[in-house]
Design a protein around this ligand. Sequence first.
Ligand SMILES: NC(=O)c1ccc[n+]([C@@H]2O[C@H](COP(=O)([O-])OP(=O)(O)OC[C@H]3O[C@@H](n4cnc5c(N)ncnc54)[C@H](O)[C@@H]3O)[C@@H](O)[C@H]2O)c1
Length: 359
Amino acid sequence: MLNIALIGCGRIAIKKHTEALIQNKDVFNIVTVCDIVKEKAENCASILEKRLERKVEIETDYKKLLKREDIDVVAIATDSGSHYEITMEALGAGKHVLVEKPMALSTKHADEMIKLSKEKKLKLGVCFQNRFNPPIQELRKKVEEGAFGKIHYGVATIRWNRNEEYYKQARWRGTWEKDGGALMNQCTHNIDLLQWMLGGEIEEVYGIIKNFNHPYIEAEDFGGAIIKFKNGKIGIIEGTTSIYPKNLHEKLSIFGEKGTVIIGGLAVNRIEEWRFEGEEGHPFMNLPDPDTVYGFGHVPLYRDFYESIKKDRKPYISGEEGKKAVEIVLAIYKSALEGKPIKTPFDFSTDYLKGMNLK
Ligand SMILES: NC(=O)c1ccc[n+]([C@@H]2O[C@H](COP(=O)([O-])OP(=O)(O)OC[C@H]3O[C@@H](n4cnc5c(N)ncnc54)[C@H](O)[C@@H]3O)[C@@H](O)[C@H]2O)c1
C-alpha cells in the first residue's frame, strides 16, 4: 500500500482520478486532496469519503503536503502550465509523480522533469490513459506482432467541439502560458497514440495552426500536420475543437502492407475497420461510447503506476513516453510560427507563440 495525495481537484480529478483512487484502494491510500480553492478540495474529499467510508484530509497549499514524510506519491491534476513547477518540487521532495497530460509546455521543462526523476530514482508517469483503451491495446498487439508487415502511414483525426462556455470555465484555458490550444490540450492523446503505433522518434514536422472561430482564446482551435518519422513512416494529424454543432469523433487509422485498422467512436473506443490476411472484423466493433471522452483508462493507469514503483520498473507511460506527443505538438507550433518544416532536435515552448496571429 502506498500513501498518495492528489493536487488539483477540478474536472478531471473529480471525473477520473477519484474513480481511479477508489478502484485502486487496495494499493493506494488517498491521504489528502489539495486545491487552492478550498471548496474544490472539500468536494473532492467528500466524494472519496462517501465511497471509501473513511476520512480524507484536505489541503490548500501543496508545498505543505510535499513536506510530509508519510506521502509516497502525488498525482497532479492542476492546469497544464503548472505541471512542470509542481512536478519538480514534488520530485525534489522525494515523491513519485503521476502527472496529467500534457506533462509540460516546453521541451526544456519536459527534459528537466525526466532528468530529475532519474537522478532521484523516482517514478514519473504521465496520464495518456487512452493507451489502455481495449481497441488500442488490440491494435498495439498487432503492431508488436508485426501483423501489418511494413506500416506505411497513420492518421490521427480529432473532430470535437468546445464552446465559449467550456473555455470560460477557467482562465488558463486556451492561453499560451498555461494550456495551448486544440492540439496541446484535446489532441495530445491521439497524437500520442499515433506516434506510439508508428514508432516513436520524429525527424521532421510541418504544421499549420489556425483559430477559426474561438476569438476569445489566444491559442489554436485547428491544427494540421505531416510528420516524417526517422523510420520512414508518415503521420498525418487533423485536430480541431470547432466542429459544428458538437463532438463528432476521434479516429486513429493505421495503414500497412498487410493490414488496415481504423479505430473511431467518440474517443478512439470502437474498432471500425480491422483487416488482416484471414481476419476480417473484430469483436470490439460494437463497443459503446464511454460516458466522457476521457474513457476509463485512469483506473489501469494508476494500477500500473503502483506496480512500477513496487517492481522498480518504468511506468507504462513514463516521462520519456509522455514527452513524445508534447514534442510533436511543439514542433507543429514552431513550424506554424516559422512557416517551414522543423527538424529534430529543437527547443521550443508555447511561450514563444504569444502574440501570434492565427487568423
Ligand atoms: N487525461 C485526460 O483525459 C484529461 C482530461 C481533462 C483534463 N486533463 C488535464 O488535467 C489538467 C486539469 O484539467 P481540468 O479540466 O481538471 O482543469 P480544472 O481547471 O477544472 O482543474 C484544475 C484545478 O487545479 C487547481 N489548482 C491550480 N493550481 C493549483 C495549485 N497550485 N495547487 C492546488 N490546486 C491548484 C484549480 O483550482 C482547479 O480546481 C489539465 O492539465 C488538463 O490538460 C486531462
